[in-house]
Design a protein around this ligand. Sequence first.
Ligand code: MLC
Ligand code: AMP
Length: 499
Amino acid sequence: MNPLYDRLFAPHEGQATPFLMLPDGSEITHQAFLARAARFARVLTGLGLSPGDRVAVQVEKCPDALALYAAAVQAGLVFLPLNTAYTAAELGYFLADSGAALLIADPDRAGLAEVAGEARALFETLGPEATGTLPPLAALAPEGFAALPRKGDDLAAILYTSGTTGRAKGAMLTQRNLLSNAETLVEAWEVTGEDVLLHALPIFHTHGLFVATNTMLAAGGAMIFLPKFRTDQVLESLPRATMMMGVPTFYTRLLAEERFTMERAAHMRLFISGSAPLLAETHRAFTERTGQAILERYGMTELNMATSNPLAGERRPGTVGPPLPGIEAKVCNDAGEELPRGEIGMVEVRGPNVFAGYWGMPEKTAEEKRASGFFITGDLGQMSEDGYLTIVGRGKDLIISGGLNIYPKEVEELLDAAPGILESAVIGLPHPDLGEAPFAVLAGPPDLDTEAVAATLDGRLARFKQPRGWAVVDELPRNTMGKVQKAALRAEFKDAFST
Ligand code: MLC
Ligand code: AMP
């Protein structure tokens, strides 16, 4: 028994209908995809990996990257997907912390060999250009692979999520976490084998990998599988799709296009948004343009999806809807006591979706997960009388830029160490395309060369985390407790990206 494989993958082994539709017009059936995955599973086990071992993967989005995920599930391995934007310096930590047995990365990332540590590193271009660094994949007969036994509590994946204080944490997701959420979403959004999801998200995060892919697998549907969000490609694909999942930037980019019309969206039955707040005005403009209401949902790496506006019923702009079936979400005070409806407090969530804990960090897990099972999300929310949750802010110092998380602390530590800088504060400011984007305020001499400072981050910090704007001040504003007043800085520089 391998619950995740048995439910999401095995039923489609003989399914000859398309699973992945690619930009070049070619299609990969469920059957062919799973045959490919089975070969990968044989390769992985042939390399000596056994159930429970971590396999880290940093490769560009392509069908084979997804097949590696399926293979890891089938072989009982713990899948550890990594953002392709991460530098070798960032990756070294994930590999060492997770004790990964294997790293699979694109060959142009060969610099990673130096940081691979104990992990065996394989550099291979996946897909049609495969160069054969992986043991002779093509030579293996497509005989299939019997899924190795796993239990619901066994880990299926570890996803790293940065922390407000220092080190990134590996969120441990069990087979049950992933499976229960996929089943819940199929039901909530009435996903069927007839659905075609327009997939333009990256596949190294919860959104693109689990919410999108697991749900389509559970339903036996298909995906138009685009390498990334390119407006032209998305516009062209919409008339063949029935659903799309995206971060708010996807929707603002579509709305900026006159070619995005009611007619173009007419074949779609469901547009879903998440990972960052969707402005109520975007929601309304979208309805005006297409006649369809975006369905906004809320989740996080540790939770998969926790709440969702209803498929049938009011999709209320600015809210993330009620808790999904089988999941509890409440707004609490610091002691974890539920507050009266309408009051603002910390969002806490409990259910089969809640992760098992942080890898190797029992104290961190205990700080964020109560004995009662409720997870303290770090998001501030407000529950309406009729049970719709609104995310009103974050209790954690976090910037979400185009759906990607940036922890200021990580950037500030590097900036503080740069020559000439007394101290720094990195803040998120409103950005017309990315929702919010990182901006650095540096305390230092007035002639400080910010370009030189920016250059010190290259190679050490993924580009998306690097500040897009800079200001130099004499000193940072502090409150009486000595804490940097980021709210004051956000107010002072609020228009930096909008003018
Ligand atoms: C790319 N860049 C970004 C960025 N994405 N900078 C800040 N924030 C981002 N999100 C930078 C690159 O480093 C590069 O910089 C330049 O922008 C162009 O890169 P690109 O790849 O061409 O960018 P683009 O295609 O425009 O990407 C923007 C985007 C993409 C919004 C389409 O980031 C995206 O798909 N985001 C989705 C992220 C996601 O899936 N989040 C879900 C997390 S799970 P330079 O300097 O090199 O030119 C989660 C749980 C939940 O949150 O609830 O779902
Ligand atoms: P991640 O750690 O990448 O999984 O990001 C999770 C965070 O994204 C959550 O803690 C929220 O702050 C944010 N988030 C996800 N969905 C929404 C949403 N619909 N509205 C507002 N914030 C969201």
